[in-house]
Design a protein. Structure first.
Length: 405
């Protein structure tokens, strides 16, 4: 049986808490259960200026997740909480599933009045919780068919070093560009935000620059840098990404960091900022560099695509696509695709020959480029991942087999 099959069988396996952790958690949950449940969603809700007081039972569960070294905690009505540890989901059976009213009170304690309104009107809301250790936790509170639920992502209390993340040196070089657009792409949970934070901390931060970040929500905090870093949260400091970007051009930035390019207005504003002399770092959901460029162009109607291709050809610095892959022995490792916007690549974009970009990446090793499949093959040869895992995560299975011969 392959390791991947073994890993699949491990999903949702129970995890046990030590006696001290179990006793502490039971005390916290007992305090929650003793709290009256008749309070409405809005009664006593904190205002925008109130400090959010996180429910002690929820805080205890998050601190258990921190102790276990988990990356995520998932909670939903009537189901046992689950941790994600080294990419695998694990069920915690040491405490009972929570009911709707109890979980509603627990989860909405993380939200301000604006966040509660957003939850009620849009069905979900994002926030950040800080634990007593100083660790920050990103939260998405949502409503579904079974009732309220939440996904929590535990963020390291310090920004990891680039070399510890396993990023190729080309990526740091791209972040030294004086202007242009550098894209970080990948699926949700692939570490894009962490990569950008590492670039800000170690490549951009030591220089005397003004960096403005737009995030939803703010995750990592930056301090003690030579650069001046201004962090703004969408929904709190600006209504949306396009509005925030238009404001930023009047705030004398050198570098602009965009948490996510979600829509054509944000993409257009990012391209304008990159064309007007700023370095723009932005994330996008895409599996490959070619897919990221195609998605940007196809976000616009036919009448605007030629102009957008021209803007992108002029502004693009590079594209980094990444994914976290289950390691052969323990944890996860990072696989990356790197596209450098050479003259040839810019010509392909300008002329609409986007289908040839993957071939340009394959041919660009001397310029620091690397395809996702070459990255996966290199991890297999180093013994960091299995060939079965690489085959499950690759772009071209036939091409991967050739690389592994």
């Amino acid at each position: 049986m392959s390791r991947d099959t073994d890993e699949a069988n491990d999903v949702f396996q129970p995890t046990e808490l030590d006696e001290g952790a179990r006793s502490w958690l039971e005390d916290q949950l007992a305090a929650v259960a003793a709290t009256p449940t008749a309070r409405s969603r809005t009664e006593g809700a904190p205002t925008e200026t109130d400090a959010v007081s996180v429910d002690p039972g929820l805080r205890a569960m998050l601190e258990i997740a921190e102790r276990r070294g988990a990356t995520d905690l998932h909670i939903s009505v009537g189901a046992t909480a689950r941790l994600r540890h080294h990419g695998r989901m694990q069920t915690i059976h040491d405490f009972e599933a929570l009911g709707e009213a109890q979980l509603e009170r627990m989860l909405t304690s993380t939200l301000t009045a604006r966040g509660r309104d957003q939850l009620d009107t849009e069905g979900s809301a994002d926030t950040v919780v800080e634990l007593r250790s100083g660790m920050r936790v990103r939260a998405n509170i949502f409503r579904g068919a079974n009732g309220i639920g939440a996904a929590f992502r535990l963020l390291p209390d310090a920004v990891p070093l680039l070399e510890d993340l396993g990023l190729p040196p080309t990526i740091a070089e791209l972040a030294t560009a004086p202007r242009g657009l550098l894209l970080l792409t990948g699926a949700t949970g692939s570490g894009k935000t962490t990569t950008i934070a590492a670039l800000v901390e170690q490549v951009i931060g030591p220089r005397p620059l003004h960096v403005i970040t737009f995030e939803d929500p703010i995750e990592y905090r930056f301090s003690h840098l030579t650069a001046l870093v201004t962090q703004r949260q969408i929904g709190e400091h600006a209504p949306d990404f396009p509005h925030a970007l238009r404001q930023a051009l009047r705030q004398d930035p050198d570098v602009i960091v965009i948490g996510e390019m979600r829509d054509p207005d944000t993409i257009a504003a990012a391209l304008t900022a990159a064309e007007t002399g700023h370095l723009v770092l932005a994330t996008l959901h895409s599996r490959t560099a070619q897919g990221a460029i195609s998605r940007i162009v196809e976000s616009f109607g036919d009448g605007r695509q030629e102009l957008v291709r021209t803007q992108l050809a002029n502004a693009l610095v590079g594209v980094v696509s990444q994914q976290l892959v289950p390691a052969a022995h323990h944890g996860r490792v990072l696989a990356t695709e790197v596209l450098v916007a050479t003259t040839g690549v810019s010509s392909l974009i300008r002329e609409g020959r986007l289908h040839q970009i993957a071939a340009a990446v394959d041919a660009g090793a001397s310029r620091g480029m690397q395809s996702m499949d070459r990255s996966l093959a290199a991890l297999v040869r180093r013994g960091l991942i299995s060939s079965e895992t690489a085959a499950a995560r690759c772009v071209d299975p036939t091409g991967l087999r050739e690389l592994l011969r």
